[in-house]
Write a protein that binds this ligand. Sequence first.
Ligand code: MTE
Ligand code: HPA
Ligand code: MOS
Length: 750
Amino acid sequence: MKNTDSKSHLQGKSIYLDDIPELQGTLHGLVYDSPVAHAKNVNIDYSEAEKLAGVIKIFTYKDIPGENQIGAIIQDEPLFAEDEVHFMGQPIAFIVAETERIAREAKKLIKFNAEELPAITDAKVAKEKGSFIAPPRTFKLGNLEDGKKKSKYIIKGTTESGGQEHLYLETQGSYAIPKENQSLTLYSSTQGATAVQSITSKILNIPMNKIEVDVNRLGGGFGGKEDQATPWAVMVSLAAFVLQKPVKMILARHDDMRMTGKRHPYTAEYTIGLSEDLKIQFYDIEFTQDAGASADLSPAITERTLFHATGSYFIPNTEITVYSCRTNTIPNTAFRGFGGPQAFFAIEAALQKAADEIGVPVREIQFKNLIKDNDEFPYGQIATETEAIHSWETTDKLFSIEKQYKEVEKFNSENTKFKKGINITPLCFGISFTNTMMNHARALVHIYQDGSVGISTGAIEMGQGVNTKMKQVAAYVFGISIDKIKLETTNTTRVANTSPTAASSGADLNGKATEIACNDLLIRLKDVASKELDAEVKDIYIKDNFVWVKENKTDLSWDKLVQIAFMQRVKLSEKGHYSTPDIYFDKTKEKGHPFAYHVYGTAVTVAKVDTMRGTYDIESVDIVHDFGKSMNLFLDKGQIEGALIQGIGWVTMEEIRFDENGRLLSNSLSSYKVPDINSVPKSVKVEALESEGHKHAILKSKAVGEPPFIYGQGAYFAIADAIKAFNKNYKCDFSAPMTHEKVLMGLYQK
Ligand code: MTE
Ligand code: HPA
Ligand code: MOS
């Protein structure tokens, strides 16, 4: 079953925000943003810009009828800066003109005056100065002192992982159309339709029911549009509301890169202890997160770092702390993995360093400590239905781990111009929003009188194929073909109070809600069929668009059945509501059962380094992944491949750089390198682990969006392994990304 969008994508007929036909009189907006990273007494002269022909109005905080506040978790972020600015790229004003070109001309005429202040661009400096988003949080299990007593080997180290630009193909944008009685229709390229609606309501000081947010699909989000699609939508709404004209804005790529947040850079300091038999006895780690200038989603991201700090391992004694630091850079935000990847990178770095110092292969330590049933996670959840060992062993069976190590060794003994390295990356990723309250969803299912079906849910299609999965759920429950089903736009008027499509849980939450609604409808239809066919309800089912009784296909088609039901005035619309059962978390104790289930897997990565140039290729990645009972292996494998390459990009070439004044240097695709076709591993093999699936996963098909991002880290460790094969003096600093320059330095490190 392919993605049902494939054909229209290929034909260029899929509708994205900028494809919506513009209404006559549509005005265009452009953001005027701070040219400095930190300043007070901001005083701006708009007089020349306002005089330019075609400029309609320049909006500032003074024009906001409601509250100038867009912070979702912590109210620390104004829509428009007032008398202080806190990062370069911070929105200060919104220029509305007849065309975007005129707005760009006007922008050049604005004069910025302010008293510049020193900028903090390094989270470590922020930490020293006590500049935090929120107080630090700590998760604890067992007792570090006990762990120390049992440890023969105690290793200390540091790790560092960089930011990452989302680079969704479709940049941020929104289009607002005023409607009667002070209401608005708002098209937004957002993962969070309700977030856009509620913040717009706050800024405009009108109730949420006046604002209809509609989303057809996104040209990618990757977390970058979970919260940070909101300001642009609110700006066009404000202008449309005040001017009573349609207003649109699509960010130019350069503006998007300059003004939107990225993955959080992290540093960490840890101590890890192992007993003689290589069992990890304790892990004490302190993360420093660079949140940027305001909170955005950082507190939630902090939380997922805490949850994933021990990676795929059981560690009886742990203490994990995260400091979320406020700096004068763009507020960082959700990005595939949501604070998880940074934690996985740190634990794998710690194990690698321990293995190097003890003088054993890291895979021995990894395998011995994999999480298994009844082990306790540092957050109190007891591991059940674990697949970590199973997926490692399956990987060995299907991809011969030891043989691959031997081949790498053999290659290295015969070659000096090139060296190979190898790494195993195990995966254990928790599924559910870490904030329990967000784990719910609704679906609205209409069966039209001709038998066709229309479904609305809170899920947003961003390329991951959630619409295809929703159709599959309805087709499965009803026993009808996919082509009878249409997925409607995601719309806050049809489905209200949505959680963002995020945390890899879009298909689970909205799929379960769809399943519930479809099942309710099916009960009614079976009842109608039972009377029509004079058969018992328990013997009736629908398959291939026809009603069956026991093993016999009847003449009663789905379409006919629906028609009869309609004539009998049976309710053919239903709403389903789902909230994940069995999850809770007590923040006062930092203990609970936050995840519906975990996703497991194992990846083997082989890299080849050119020892003269410092360049590298990823030769192969072999993956065994726990899809549960995949409902769509085609889509799910696509998610694995995409996440893998995105993960490889993060740890190898993608390097976000700011200068000391807080100016983003990597602000275009000529200064920010992303994986291209040549960076794709020469061979990527993905095999499905045979597993039961989980009852909280939609049709037992486990969530797949974010977890495989972790596999990409294997590239870092495989490259480091190759460097070591060339240079025995090489001491890896466990700082990602592993750029070509860094590899070259490593190859010739003394
Ligand atoms: N795949 C594509 N093609 N485009 C995207 O933007 N976002 C990822 C992942 N896969 C994304 C994607 C992220 S960050 C998440 S949380 C999940 O999809 C969200 O969708 P799901 O909950 O339906 O898996
Ligand atoms: N994951 C992704 N996005 C989120 C989460 C989460 O756990 N919580 C809030 N937004
Ligand atoms: Mo994904 S980072 O949860 O949008």
